[in-house]
Design a protein around this ligand. Structure first.
Ligand code: BGC
Length: 375
């Protein structure tokens, strides 16, 4: 049986289960490698590679996607790689050895997967880049993510509106940060924010005492925090406060996500800043629980929430469309050029959450229980 035919048979089985016309498979594969026999007997095997368990969002992403695919009758193997590129490559290699129908990959280093994906392509495995684009290869078929540029734009606009920059307020002291240099998303986050903020840096209404203001969007990696590490962000913020702030205060910190924001907030506490008194405006992204708690405590002004359940839903339906041989639904076929091709993409909308909208956005939607947040 050719691989293509296997896919269609597997698709039929998977889709029958999706429609509820057959009993759901309760068999599950474990994180260590999976069940090599199950792939074609059930709805087909889907390999899911996630970057790390150390960040809350990826745990939620993986668990939700796995649950959806299992409920639809697929087998899954879900692996986390401790933010180690080689480990992720080995995991993907092991998945390929099990002949999955589809690989869903949230990459650690978006430039490091071309050789392993070439092997996937040889076996006719469909590859979906999850949240982060995979660069430098023709062997990535689809991409599903949130509108990454918009995430940064929302952070920038929040700063402009809250500080009243459009009506001439200022000058304010700003410290900008960017995400991990190996993550393709990080440049979109930074560009979105910097396209909004840079005019105020140029006019002097935003002053960057540390001098760590990239001259152009393309220089964003010069202020990138490798691996999105909270600890590195904390020491970087400590250094900036110690070296460039004598009696002056920082008014605003552009943090691209919540893991950096946590470290930055620790540094601010260490330097004696007080919530409600001289605490600066700090941005974020992901609505991680610790950061939502910090928002409620006045330590973080906003976060950009990306409902990871919606991303999982989208990717699960892409998997079904692939296996049914249907056209895969995308809504952006121009933005995500991976240096070899423009990858057909489905973009989901991010949402700004502040202290005032925690309940209406995060609790009422069931993303958190009120009790999780002490509400
Ligand atoms: C994701 C963010 C996340 C960051 C760190 C990015 O690629 O889009 O949601 O905060 O990685 O894991």
């Amino acid at each position: 049986m050719s691989l293509k035919i296997t896919k269609v048979v597997a698709a039929a089985a998977g889709f029958a289960l999706l429609l509820g016309t057959a009993a759901c498979s309760s068999e599950r594969t474990d994180d260590a490698g999976g069940d090599a026999t199950g792939a074609s007997a059930k709805g087909g095997l889907v390999g899911i590679a996630m970057p790390t368990k150390s960040l809350e969002r990826w745990n939620k992403d993986g668990a939700h996607l796995e649950e959806l695919l299992k409920d639809a009758g697929f087998e899954t193997t879900l692996q986390y790689a401790d933010n180690k590129v080689d480990q992720q490559i080995t995991q993907i290699q092991n998945m390929i050895n099990q002949d999955p129908e589809v690989l869903v990959i949230a990459s650690i280093d978006g430039t490091a997967l071309a050789p392993v994906l070439a092997q996937a392509k040889e076996k006719d495995i469909t590859v979906i880049a999850y949240d982060r684009l995979i660069n430098g290869t023709a062997d990535v078929d689809y991409y599903a993510t949130f509108d990454n540029y918009k995430v940064g734009q929302m952070q920038g606009e929040y700063i402009v509106d809250t500080l009243g920059l459009k009506t001439g307020a200022g000058p304010f002291n700003l410290e900008p940060f960017a995400g991990s240099p190996d993550d393709n998303n990080a440049k979109f986050f930074f560009s979105g924010a910097w396209d909004v903020l840079s005019e105020y840096v140029a006019s002097g209404k935003l002053v960057v005492p540390s001098g760590k203001a990239p001259k152009t969007n393309d220089d964003w990696a010069s202020i990138g925090i490798q691996g999105w590490s909270s600890d590195t962000a904390q020491s970087e913020m400590q250094n900036r406060l110690n070296s460039f702030y004598g009696t002056s205060k920082v008014d605003v910190v552009l943090s691209p996500n919540d893991s950096l924001a946590l470290g930055i907030e620790q540094a601010l506490t260490g330097a004696g800043y007080t919530e409600g008194v001289d605490w600066p405006l700090v941005t974020g992204q992901d609505a991680d629980q610790a950061n939502v708690e910090n928002m409620l405590a006045g330590k973080q002004a906003m976060t950009v929430w990306k409902d990871t359940r919606a991303l999982g839903d989208q990717v699960a339906s892409m998997v079904v469309q692939v296996l049914k041989g249907e056209t895969v639904t995308v809504n952006d076929e121009k933005t995500y050029n991976n240096e070899v091709k423009v990858v057909p993409t489905f973009l989901l909308p991010p949402v700004v959450v502040t202290k005032d909208t925690v309940k209406s956005s995060l609790v009422d939607s069931g993303f958190y229980k009120a009790a999780d947040l002490g509400l």
